[in-house]
Ligand binder design. Structure first.
Ligand code: NAP
Length: 264
């Protein structure tokens, strides 16, 4: 175990940056990266939550932490993150922050849909451009993208969300090939429904056997460096395999029905 931890530190340390670290899957990423002895920069909007987590991680694991309460949909978010981390070597970038809007697209507010694209797609792209270059120069590092099984089909009432997750999937898989010769590991994960605040904000039901965010984060860190795409949970793997073989109109109709079923 200690050899695995030391390999992880060497490859992905000394600092990781996790977006959306104030709750759910991102918080679990921060916890399990800290358990592997890598210092963490915690990014999200809710400062009190980030500060509480940072204090706990420092006390329980002895790692260093830095808290950045930054809204990833604001125009200067990258400058602020770069300025606050320019003395740190970020060896692992976890692009996790994201949210959905559960509504017919034309009935939703355009501003909110633009914010969704900013947070779910534009911010990961810009952070990757910035921190990925430094990793490539050092010939070492890792980048994780948190996509979704929604990426595998068009999803009515999640039109922009599913499209943003498909963007991450395509983007990340291409970077995995581009960065492979530079020893930078890229992994795109596609979780299914996971027991986080996302469920309430998406207004969907908690399924029986829903995955826990800790399992998603732990499995992802174990897969990093071994594959470019990972779907946590066998049920999600079956669903995504079916959606890849079904004709696309049927696929999106079924995805829309599944979302409605989860909302009833
Ligand atoms: N839970 C699921 O069923 C599920 C399934 C597939 C994929 N995912 C993906 O998993 C990722 C993590 O979500 P989760 O399930 O852990 O839900 P969550 O508990 O709601 O976490 C979302 C995180 O994103 C952060 N965030 C949202 N908007 C932000 C903004 N404008 N600026 C900075 N940070 C922002 C939130 O922090 P603040 O509110 O403090 O800013 C929070 O830490 C998301 O990308 C989501 O799409 C979730």
């Amino acid at each position: 175990m200690s050899q695995l931890i030391s390999e992880f530190q060497q490859k992905y340390g000394p600092w990781a940056l996790v977006t959306g670290a104030s709750s759910g899957i991102g918080e679990q990423f921060a916890r399990h990266i800290a358990l592997r002895g890598v210092n963490v920069v915690l990014v999200a909007r809710r400062l009190a939550r980030l500060t509480r987590l940072a204090n706990e991680l420092r006390e329980t694991t002895g790692i260093q932490t830095r808290v950045l309460n930054i809204d990833l949909s604001t125009p200067d978010f990258l400058q602020r993150i770069e300025a606050a981390t320019n003395d740190l070597q970020i060896g692992l970038l976890v692009n996790n922050a994201g949210f959905t809007i559960t509504q017919d697209f034309l009935d939703s507010f355009l501003d909110n849909q633009v914010k969704l694209l900013d947070v779910n797609a534009k911010a990961p792209m810009m952070l990757t451009h910035s921190f990925g270059r430094k990793m490539r120069d050092r010939n070492c590092g890792g980048i994780v993208f948190v996509s979704s099984i929604a990426a595998f089909s068009a999803v009515p009432r999640w039109a922009n969300y599913a499209a943003s997750k498909a963007y991450l999937m395509q983007f990340g898989e291409a970077l995995a090939v581009e960065l492979n010769p530079h020893n930078v590991d890229v992994l795109v994960i596609a979780p299914g429904t996971t027991d986080t605040e996302f469920i309430e904000s998406a207004e969907i039901e908690r399924e029986v056997n829903i995955m826990q965010p800790e399992d998603v984060a732990k499995q992802t860190l174990e897969k990093l460096g071994k594959t470019a795409t990972y779907i946590p949970g066998w049920r999600n793997r079956v669903l995504s395999a079916l959606s890849r073989v079904a004709p696309s109109p049927i696929n999106s109709m079924l995805a829309g029905r599944l979302l409605r079923f989860l909302q009833d």
